[in-house]
Design a protein around this ligand. Structure first.
Ligand SMILES: NC(=O)c1ccc[n+]([C@@H]2O[C@H](COP(=O)([O-])OP(=O)(O)OC[C@H]3O[C@@H](n4cnc5c(N)ncnc54)[C@H](OP(=O)(O)O)[C@@H]3O)[C@@H](O)[C@H]2O)c1
Length: 315
């Protein structure tokens, strides 16, 4: 019996002031879920504006006691955990914040779920835990903290019966993305038309459109009751990584803009991911549906509203 499909209309979501979390919260509201979100007192809530009247906000004061109380107040059927601090390269002064967001907050959440007998968790990890396709080799300290939380979850799974599905994400993109990521940077370059220094561009990039990423969370949640005790782990990949140089060509072809990229104008970063993780398990019943040439047109920024794409690919 699919008990979650029938009764799980109440979700508790973390990271909803961020890009993926806000899109997930909007989708859950649109799908009729009763959506509760955990935010920090300092958070900017703009990303939640369109759904503010439809969701319940819980402010976390940083303590475990408060986390237990707010999970008790929310009484979720399923928790979607997306809150995280991402830093491609950390400095010594970043260590505390990385641990606070990716380990302390996350462990408080698992503890609060156990204390309230909430058993279904969708956790979010990263393909960067698998540098050079290793079973575990973190690209950076951020990826190491994501793995550390998965290791902590093993305790809650075994001792408290938590049922966890971890979705390991690759690169993501979509409309209204203010994160300092590749596609927003390419659009910025179309506006500035200033020479933009990039690495030699031979690395393979695995970009998944936000609509597909959100589908994975929804489809994954529906499968939680079917999975046995333990921890299922899936890679949410496009299945079609593109060489960065080819990706820029595809961007130019889809949009009609020529980008003044200076290839090799900067060095690869230390531990650059040249080949994305390939040894992942696909989430059952999920596959990406948005091809890059369509997805990229959905990211068309307001600043270019007056200009039409040169070539609109068939849907
Ligand atoms: N390329 C990708 O997009 C990618 C790839 C792999 C994995 N992921 C994973 O996907 C998830 C979502 O990523 P994203 O790109 O949407 O992130 P994002 O836009 O950077 O947003 C991060 C969110 O986490 C919240 N957060 C951070 N520390 C927190 C804390 N200590 N307490 C409460 N909330 C905290 C932030 O809240 P504030 O507003 O308060 O800062 C924000 O809502 C993350 O788990 C990330 O690791 C993303």
């Amino acid at each position: 019996m699919d008990e979650l499909q029938k009764s799980a209309r109440r979700a508790l979501v973390t990271g909803t002031t961020g890009y993926i979390g806000s899109n997930l919260a909007k989708r859950l509201v649109a799908d009729g879920w009763d959506v509760h979100v955990i935010v920090r007192p300092t958070a900017k809530l703009d990303a939640l504006d369109p759904i503010r009247p439809s969701i319940t906000l819980h402010e976390h004061d940083g303590s475990t006691r408060n986390m237990i109380q707010l999970v008790s107040d929310a009484r979720p059927d399923v928790v979607f955990h997306l809150a995280s601090l991402f830093l491609a390269q950390h400095r010594p002064e970043d260590v505390e914040a990385l641990i606070a967001s990716n380990l302390l907050f996350s462990t408080q959440l698992a503890e609060a779920m156990a204390a309230n007998q909430v058993k279904y968790l969708i956790n979010t990890s990263t393909s960067w835990q698998h540098y050079e396709d290793a079973e575990y080799n973190p690209v950076n300290l951020y990826a190491a903290t994501k793995q550390a939380f998965e290791d902590i979850l093993a305790y809650y799974i075994d001792s408290c019966g938590l049922r966890v599905m971890t979705l390991a994400l690759f690169d993501t993109y979509g409309p209204n993305d203010s994160r300092p990521k590749l596609i927003p940077l390419l659009w910025k370059t179309t506006l500035d038309q200033e020479p933009f220094a990039m690495s030699p561009g031979e690395q393979m990039i695995d970009l998944v459109h936000i609509d597909d990423v959100i589908d994975a969370f929804i489809i994954g949640a529906a499968q939680l009751p079917e999975q046995g005790q333990g921890h299922m782990r899936y890679g949410i990949s496009s299945g079609m990584p593109l060489r960065l140089k080819d990706l820029v060509v595809a961007f130019e072809q889809a949009t009609g803009f020529k980008l003044p990229i200076v290839w090799g104008g900067r060095a690869y970063r230390s531990r650059e991911v040249m080949l994305p993780w390939s040894n992942y398990t696909m989430l059952p019943r999920w596959q990406p549906r948005v091809p890059f040439e369509i997805g990229i047109l959905k990211t068309w920024p307001a600043q270019h509203a007056h200009r039409e794409p040169l070539h609109i690919p068939p849907q």
